[in-house]
Write a protein that binds this ligand. Sequence first.
Ligand SMILES: [Zn+2]
Length: 443
Amino acid sequence: MLIIGNGTVLTFDKDFQVISKGGVVIEEENVVAIGETEKLISKYPDAAFKDVQGKIIMPGMINTHMHLYSTFARGMDLKTDQPPKNFVEILEKLWWRLDKVLNEEDIYCSAIYALLDGVKKGTTTIFDHHASSNLIDGSLDIISEAVRQTGIRANLSYEISDRDGHEKALDGIRENERFIKKAQQEGTSYLGGMIGLHASFTLNNETLSEVAALADELGVPFHIHVAEGIADFYESKTRGYKGVAERLNRFHILRPGTLAIHGVHLKEEELEILKNNDSYLIHCPESNMGNAVGAAPIKAAIDKGVTVGLGTDGYTTDMFESIKVANLLQKHESHNPQAGWEEVFQMAFKNNREIAARFFGETLGVLQAGAPADVIVVNYYPPTPITSENAYFHILFGISGDMVDTTIVGGKILMEDREISGLDYERITRRVKEQANDFWKRF
Ligand SMILES: [Zn+2]
């Protein structure tokens, strides 16, 4: 038993309590009590005690769209005289080239680095979307091994696509099926899978029919990029649909629990398709701005009753960064300084939690007795009073991922005082850098 105490506890429960001089009691994988530190110590006198000296104690962050395989792109030379001019060219000249080169060691190194980077920035749960089109079979096992070593919770999927021919799409289907069955058999609340699809414009009708049948059989939904760039919209339009969501709906891809990523070019009536099918829309503001694809209709989606989550799309591993950018983008796009506050709070702290609960079967993203102990300690000393009403604004304006100094998942300490526990972080980062160097030569 462990008490993490003498901090300011942000519970993120229904009352959004802020407990000063507070603490959290952890027994094995769960939180068993929350309250004032002194009372907790007298109630649990035999528990070990970690004094956080006034820092913030809050639930770990949940990232609902990530690409662990993107690690080696950082600082990489695209080796072209003609840099990408639009989103499709970014795919063709960067991501679709990169994913073809990935070998086993590349996939492992990319994953373990990005996972540990997430841990260092307070992320305790991720939903990953993987591609490595010349090493499909077993690729999700390589990633799940890295996930197991780091200790965070992950839901994995392989991005099925016909862009390299139907054989590759079939390989992708088999990989998702194999991994999902394995994860279902293991049945832990740390690892899960769903069916990954790249995007409508790289999937033919035959493949969509096949994956829908597989989803029925396995009882899992999809993780798919939807209307990210305008090209995805035009492709569906050419096929006779009003938009991407209409086409995907025709093939029963937008089903309960499906993660529809981006939705930048969705028509208003298509947002209703998401809502009516109980599918989620996942907003990735930094990625959308970086790829210059436009701003997703977040406010319209929320007004229509769509549950909108927040992810990083591999652009960063820091959910605190995504929160800040999401807030600014809403204001900038609508020319309204009041826009964004509520929407971003809902996405990051209510909806991501709901999505995680659905897939991991646990109450994540909240500190309360009985919930899994996914807890972070943040080295932030507010210069102004912090209350239930304003704690979110302290997070928005005062906290970044690098201020997280302790990360705990399921009661296990993954990082303490900025040091990764149980793994040789120096050795891992050396190995990753050597591998990146080798990868860059092969790119
Ligand atoms: Zn993505």
